[in-house]
Design a protein around this ligand. Structure first.
Ligand SMILES: *Cc1c(COP(=O)(O)O)cnc(C)c1O
Length: 370
């Protein structure tokens, strides 16, 4: 069966109820001219509702609009919520594709399990994306480095203040046309290594993509900014001596000998699809790649003696972001010469060339939506 035929069948699971308040093509074009991250949304959203008794039901695409919540809705009190993030890319021939959505579907199911939410079937996850992107095809921007950011999420919708897993949940998919995540282009960011707070710990929810992890990262992020840094990097909770990741991006270290290291998955690091793809692509490009614990001390001395030449962060939204400076209470170091390094730049190009259809896709990572 071809990818396109499979796609048709999953999208057909969803009933399309067209919006009566869709924006005019002029309004839409004005937004698509200068998309900024997460500010404007397409005309529709996809939804599936779940109850413990009836399972998943009512798969539909309907007008984008407010969710009306009873004040006693469980998610508002105990944060039983998960989400995903992926993108739809316009290719030069007019087709629209997404990148490794099966990986996001699998992670969404793992996150659901950890948060005691129901697992959404893969076909519904993929079907919602196909149905929404087909309905709102005109919202996929075609400018350079633009895409339609897709945000699937699920929350406990039961009206009940008791503390137990919800018996009612809502899955929703919304879409937002986006340009580059950090305004100002591929500019190296500065990172504050936080000592007083952790994002996640052993047995916690760090490996799940849940809103609560982000809530916990906001105060340290604010403190990093107060100290003149763009982003925060967290250390492991048990020892406070190994790099884990940023608030929403995985981290890589590049050495002068061309080898590349990223913290190994230890249960508190989020397994990024971008991280995994970059590991594969770096290996193919001839780099020695290592997944292992990365001591902060090793990074400090490597930056001081020049054996570490580049660092970068990665994730779907910002793709690959060079790190130009690493600082904390007791050090302030420039990474390489502070500019975007050659390995960082090459891996970003390699990955985006596949995503935007400018290069072949040898791994079958792209899935055609339209
Ligand atoms: C989503 C996320 C990432 C990046 O994952 P991708 O699949 O590459 O987008 C990294 N860290 C955290 C904490 C995340 O939530």
């Amino acid at each position: 069966m071809s990818t396109t035929a499979a796609a048709a069948s999953t999208a057909d699971r969803f009933e399309v109820r067209p919006s009566t308040t869709a924006r005019s093509s002029d309004e839409r074009d004005a937004i698509l001219q200068a998309p900024t991250f997460g500010t404007a949304f397409s005309d529709h959203m996809a939804r599936v509702s779940w109850t413990a008794d009836g399972g998943w039901a009512d798969r539909r695409v309907e007008a984008y609009g407010p969710l009306v919540l009873d004040p006693a809705t469980a998610v508002l009190h105990y944060g039983q919520e998960i989400f995903e993030g992926l993108k739809a890319y316009h290719h030069a021939d007019g087709s629209v594709w997404t990148f490794r959505p099966e990986a996001n579907a699998a992670r969404f199911a793992r996150s659901a399990r950890r948060l005691a939410l129901p697992e959404l079937p893969v076909e519904d996850f993929l079907g919602s994306i196909e149905a929404l992107v087909r309905t709102d095809l005109a919202w996929v921007p075609s400018g350079e480095e633009t895409s339609l950011y897709l945000r699937p999420f699920m929350y406990a919708s039961e009206v009940f203040l008791g503390v137990r897993p919800t018996r009612q949940a809502e899955y929703v998919l919304i879409a937002s046309p986006v340009g580059p995540y950090f305004s100002g282009g591929l500019k190296p960011v500065s990172i504050w290594v936080v000592r007083d707070y952790h994002r996640a710990g052993p047995g916690g929810t760090g490996a799940a993509k849940c809103g609560g992890n982000y809530a916990a990262s906001l105060l340290p992020q604010q403190q990093a900014q107060a100290r003149g840094c763009d982003q925060v990097c967290f250390l492991d909770a048990p020892t406070g001596s190994y790099l884990e990741e940023l608030g929403g991006m995985n981290v890589f270290v590049v050495r002068a000998d061309g080898s590349v290291t990223t913290p190994e998955l230890n249960g508190s690091i989020l397994e990024g699809v971008t991280r995994s793809s970059i590991l594969t692509l770096l290996g193919e490009a001839g780099h020695e790649v290592h997944e292992r614990p990365v001591p902060l001390e090793e990074v400090r001395s490597g930056l001081e003696d020049g054996s570490i030449t580049e660092m970068f962060a990665c994730g779907t939204a910002a793709v690959v972001t060079p790190i130009g400076r690493l600082a904390s209470d007791d050090f302030d170091l420039t990474v390489g010469d502070g500019a975007t390094g050659a390995v960082t730049s090459a891996i970003r190009t390699r990955l985006t060339d596949i995503q935007y259809g400018r290069a072949e896709d040898p791994h079958g990572w792209m899935r055609r939506l339209v």
